[in-house]
Design a protein around this ligand. Sequence first.
Ligand code: ZEM
Length: 286
Amino acid sequence: MSTPGDYAAVRKDIAALLKQPEYDDGSAGPVLVRLAWHSSGTYDHETDTGGSNGAGMRYETEGGDPANAGLQHARVFLEPVKAKHSWITYADLWTLAGVVAVKEMGGPEIEWKAGRTDYVDDSKLPPRGRLPDGAQGADHIRFIFYRMGFSDQEIVALSGAHNLGRCHSDRSGFHGAWVNNPTRFSNTYFRLMLSRSWKEKVLDSGVRQFVHYDEDAEEELMMLPTDLALLSDPSFRPWVELYANDKERFFEDFAKVFAKLVELGIERDEAGKITNADNVKGGYHS
Ligand code: ZEM
C-alpha cells in the first residue's frame, strides 16, 4: 500500500512490470498502450458517452466486445499494481499505464491527469462497434475518429502507435508486427509505410492484410488496410510524410493527441478536479 495520490509510486511499479520475457516480444508495453486507447476510444462527442471514465471494460458488455479481444492480458498485467495501490481507480490506472509504457519504450512524455472514477454510469455506456475496424478504409477511419473529435492530423499522429506491438491471429484475425522492433517507440511505422512495397495477402482465415518481407527482421511485416488508407488519402498522406521525416515533430504531436485521447469525456474544473463524475463508488477521489 502506498500513500493515496502517490502516482509516482504507481508509475514506478508499472514501469517495473513492462519486461515480460515470456510474453509476445518480451514486453507488456504495447498491449498496455492498446488498453489505454480502447478504454478511451469509445467516446462520442455528440452524446457525450463512452471514454475512459468508469473503466467499463471490467464488465462483459464492453470487455467482451470482440474489438477488445486480448486486452484481458493487459488488465491481468496491471492487477498486482492495483492490489498494491488499491486507492487508484482502474480508469486512472489503465490510462496511466499507456502513458508510462510509451515513455518507457522510448517515446515522448505525455501529460496525464488523475481523477477518473470507476463509477459506471449506465447512461454513458457506449454501445459496441465504436472502435475502428482494420479491414476498412479512409471513410470509416474518419467516421470513427471525427466522432471522438479528432482532426485528420490527429488521426495520423495517433496511428503512429502502430510502431508498437503486433496483430494476433487469435485476437483480431490479423497477423504480425508493423515494424521490426515493436517494443521501441519511433516513427519507423511511417517510414516503412512509405518506403516498402506492400503486397496484399489473404490469410488462411480469409482476413486481408498487406505484407512485406523484411530482411532485417527476417519476418514478414504487415500493414492493415486502414494503415495504408493513410497513404492513399490526399488529406492524411502529407502527415504521414511529415512524421516519417520528422521524428521530433511526430513525438510532439503524438504526445499531445494521446493526452487528448485519455481525457475524452472528462470535464475538469480549474484545479483539475473532475466535475462530471460525482457518483464516486469506490476508488480514491482527490
Ligand atoms: Zn491499433 N490495432 N488500431 N491503435 N493498436 C491493433 C493493435 C494495436 C486499429 C486496429 O484494427 C488494430 C490505434 C488505431 C487503430 C495499438 C494502438 C493503437 C490490432 C491488432 C488491430 C487489428 C490487435 C491484435 O490482434 O492483438 C485500427 C483499425 C485503428 C485505427 C484506424 C490507435 C489510435 C492506437 C493508440 C494510440 C497498439 C499499441 C497495438 C498493439 C497491441 C499488442 O497487443 O501488441
